[in-house]
Design a protein around this ligand. Structure first.
Ligand code: SF4
Length: 97
């Protein structure tokens, strides 16, 4: 537990700091980080959190949005894959310059 607290912490402003590095988190990942901090870094305790009726963050505690249930067709998935690949390629090309 102490090790997790030393290495990782959530600063309350969508930033996650770990071993000297800082990352900006999206809102649901921020909630996950907040929940981990709420229970002193114990992942199992986040899973077992009893605050179903009292904490508004409870549905999001695993870092996902359970109300976001968009189902994509294979065609749309392929389109997204190609788009992501082109974004990665352009990023890699920028790094080389
Ligand atoms: S759901 Fe609420 S009470 Fe439970 S761990 Fe997250 S912040 Fe804490």
């Amino acid at each position: 537990m102490e090790k997790a607290l030393k290495q990782e912490f959530f600063d309350g402003d969508q930033f996650w700091r770990r071993e000297g590095k800082t990352a900006r988190l999206n809102p649901v990942k921020s909630i996950r980080a907040f929940c981990l901090q709420c229970v002193a870094g114990q992942r199992k305790e986040v899973e077992l959190c009893p605050s179903v009726d009292t904490c508004p963050l409870w549905p999001f505690r695993f870092g996902t949005n359970p109300f976001h249930t968009k189902v994509f067709s294979e065609e749309t998935k392929e389109k997204h894959r190609r788009h992501l690949q082109s974004m990665r390629n352009s990023r890699d090309n920028k790094d080389k310059v």
